[in-house]
Design a protein around this ligand. Structure first.
Ligand SMILES: Nc1ncnc2c1ncn2[C@@H]1O[C@H](COP(=O)(O)OP(=O)(O)OP(=O)(O)O)[C@@H](O)[C@H]1O
Ligand SMILES: [Mg+2]
Length: 539
């Protein structure tokens, strides 16, 4: 055991120390100045080790911080061998046995020194042969954080007064390390919170609009029963169903009924993110990772930490990103774009799609392994056609909602209108019903809402079919005209006698139409050799 430090003020207010060399005060001053500088955590402990190692002429010095969960695992390790030939050598990593020993020093809460043969046989940072070694626990308010270890090839290095002084140094280092750790945590939380705020504001808006899932039909109740069962678990859920059936409402309901309810619900619209930005959106990026990455940005997975990530329209994710998604679903680990650090997250995954994923797998556009990862607990939300019984309830719900919003008093819905609504096919499902009611509420002058037959009658569907037929016809006509022009110009696109001039459109537009209509312009070139005109133009 060491004695108390001999540092005090004399009666004339002069600072005195008994038996402690002034170089230690210099060291103390150097450490204090480092501790107050704004540096990264790792740089901080490396700086400490470097200063101590040099000041004490040690052949090896290190700070080993232990994992709070398992004290035999090192969380952080900084080493220096400033005056040794071994300096250039890459020191081996600390062995598990040495880590076990360090955790004992921490438990003990006291410095331990070895000299002579006993020291020589004990490895320090994997190296043996040191004639003296001193291990000082880094303890702050009873919490063992790690060990400061010093070792020398010379004997009689660590005298009692010096050890006593080093114990003070170790105590100060422990305070700084703990504070820096706390700051690091606060900074990470702040970063997460700031990122969250942007999304949460979006979320609040969306949520304020529609909060409940309305309906009592058998098929909907069955689906909601599944929601209730799976919500409290952490299982991945795949919500399927036609467009506008309420898949997003179901995903939110799963989150709300889970233990993660007070944590973020982060939606990712996989169909809406430009392909080049998918990785950065999902996993975040470091500052300078690519042109325009002026700040570090957290990805959606990181923002969802502790909560739920909702992968909407997951069937639309490009094939190359499916691999990255697979990894994060399997290991809950990823790297930010431009960053080397692996980040672990605790997220619950809910995905939704209106596509037939099995068919996409068969067509080779969706990975089978990803499909299995997502399809852990599938919930199919029924279409409105399958739950005709819910139409009166939903109509009433939307009438009340919109009438309230625009300050109208609508008490009833006319019977004929209700029959019309129930007879309709609803290809756009609840979203379409909602929109139709909103329009009708705006137009309604009295207390009874009515919708005339013409606006309900399968018009949307017919219009859709008509428009599909029309667009097909237009495409065919366009193709025939372009092919005709190419034939006339023997495949020539530009130039005064090229197809673009003939058709009266810019060359670039024609090139792009040729590509999208998959016309092989080279087919028209075969005859060219026989009829070469020598025109200037591109092929
Ligand atoms: N059962 C319901 N009760 C009340 N509102 C509903 C219900 N189902 C859906 N809605 C409303 O209908 C609209 C469409 O729902 P949602 O966005 O969840 O559909 P979706 O299945 O995700 O559609 P898409 O595949 O097009 O994304 C939303 O405004 C939603 O609030
Ligand atoms: Mg949706």
């Amino acid at each position: 055991m060491s004695t108390a430090p001999q540092i005090a003020f004399d009666p004339n207010d002069q600072f005195v120390s008994y038996g402690v060399s002034p170089k230690y005060f210099q060291l103390f001053a150097a450490l204090t100045s480092q501790a107050t500088r704004k540096v990264e955590f790792r740089a901080l402990i490396e700086g400490f080790v470097d200063s101590i190692g040099r000041a004490l002429h040690c052949d090896c010095a290190y700070i080993a911080l232990l994992d709070p969960e398992d004290s035999q695992i090192l969380r952080e390790f900084a080493t220096q061998c400033p005056h040794s030939d071994r300096r250039a050598q890459q020191l081996p990593l600390i062995s598990r046995e040495e880590a076990r020993w360090l955790s004992r020093v921490v438990e003990l809460g006291q410095s331990v020194t070895f000299v002579g043969l006993e020291s020589e046989s004990r490895p320090v940072a994997g190296v043996t042969g040191f004639k003296a070694q001193c291990h000082l626990p880094l303890v702050n308010r009873g919490r063992g954080l790690g060990v400061l270890t010093l070792a020398c090839f010379a004997e009689n290095v660590f005298q009692e007064t010096e050890i006593s002084f080093l114990e003070n140094v170790a105590a100060q280092i422990a305070i700084v390390i703990e504070n820096a750790g706390a700051h690091r945590q606060i900074a990470a939380l702040k970063e997460q919170l700031e990122g969250e705020r942007v999304y949460v504001e979006d979320e609040i808006l969306a949520r304020a609009k529609f909060e409940e899932i309305v309906g009592s039909s058998e098929s909907l109740v069955r689906a909601l029963g599944q929601v209730a069962r799976v919500a409290p678990t952490d299982s991945t859920v795949l919500v399927t169903g036609e467009s506008g059936t309420g898949k997003e409402l179901v995903a939110r309901a799963i989150h709300k009924r889970s233990r993660r309810a007070d944590k973020p619900f982060i939606r990712v619209n996989c169909a809406a993110i430009p392909q080049s930005l998918i990785a950065s959106e999902l996993f975040g990026h470091e500052k300078g990772a690519f042109t325009g990455a002026t700040e570090r940005r957290l990805g959606r997975f990181e923002l969802a930490n502790g909560g739920t990530i909702f992968l909407d329209e997951v069937g639309d994710i490009p094939v190359d990103m499916q691999v990255a998604l697979l990894r994060v679903l399997q290991e809950r680990e990823f790297e930010r774009v431009g960053g080397g650090r692996t980040i672990s997250v605790d997220v619950r995954v809910v995905a939704a799609t209106n596509r037939d994923l099995k068919a996409a797998v068969e067509a080779g556009t969706f990975r089978l392994d990803l499909f299995y990862r997502l399809n852990v607990f599938p919930i199919r939300v029924p279409s409105l056609r399958e739950r005709e019984d819910d139409i009166p309830l939903l109509a009433k719900y939307f009438i009340e909602r919109y009438a309230r919003t625009i300050g109208k008093k609508i008490k009833n819905i006319d019977r004929k209108t209700l029959e019309l609504l129930q007879a309709y096919d609803w290809p756009g499902n609840i979203r379409e019903l909602q929109n139709m009611i909103e329009r009708a509420v705006i137009l309604c002058d009295g207390e009874t809402l009515s919708i005339n037959e013409s606006s309900v009658h399968n018009e949307t569907l017919e219009k859709l079919q008509r428009s599909t037929a029309l667009s097909e016809a237009l495409t065919n006509t366009e193709k025939v005209m372009i092919e005709g022009a190419l034939e006339e110009t023997r495949g020539r696109v530009s130039g005064p006698s090229g197809a673009a001039v003939k058709l009266g459109i810019p060359r670039s537009t024609l090139e792009s139409r040729i590509r999208s209509l998959q016309i092989n312009k080279h087919l028209f070139r075969s005859e060219r050799h026989q009829f070469s005109t020598g025109d200037v133009g591109s092929w």
